[in-house]
Design a protein around this ligand. Structure first.
Ligand SMILES: [Zn+2]
Ligand SMILES: [Zn+2]
Length: 137
């Protein structure tokens, strides 16, 4: 394996290893990663992205209705799903690779691997990385 590739591997491992997990006063979970990156997840966003099979079945883009108004302008209505139960009752480690959250409504099926959590980091930096660069022509 080339040295540069090894270096990248090591960086990727650091990105998927939390150094610290803290709960903020508003109930959000703050994960500090080994590469010093910080992710703050609100309970709502975590529940929204629960990776368990049950929730994945109900996830999906919000329903979008497009109607034609009288003036010919399309009206876009976005219907969000019902607010999920967003209270975190407890969080416990699963091995050394994931966290299981137990929610206020008793739901506990979601095992959030650190790799997954890092991949859904809501910060602007990660958001920008996930968004394909637009051509500014
Ligand atoms: Zn779930
Ligand atoms: Zn981030």
């Amino acid at each position: 394996m080339a040295a540069a590739q090894e270096q990248r591997e090591a960086e990727r491992r650091d990105q998927e290893r939390p150094a610290h997990l803290a709960w903020l006063s508003d109930g959000s979970a703050q994960i500090t990663w080994h590469d010093a990156h910080e992710s703050v997840f609100t309970p709502a966003s975590l529940r929204e992205q629960c990776p368990c099979a049950t929730c994945q079945g109900t996830h999906g883009p919000p329903t979008t209705l497009v109607r034609q108004s009288r003036g010919g302008l399309p009206i876009v209505q976005t219907q969000r799903r019902r607010e999920p139960s967003v209270q975190v009752k407890s969080a416990s480690p699963v091995g050394s690779y994931a966290i299981r959250f137990v929610w206020g409504d008793g739901h506990d099926g979601g095992i959030y691997s650190f790799r997954y959590l890092r991949s859904i980091c809501p910060c602007p930096v990660c958001e920008a990385l996930r968004t394909p660069t637009k051509n500014a022509s």
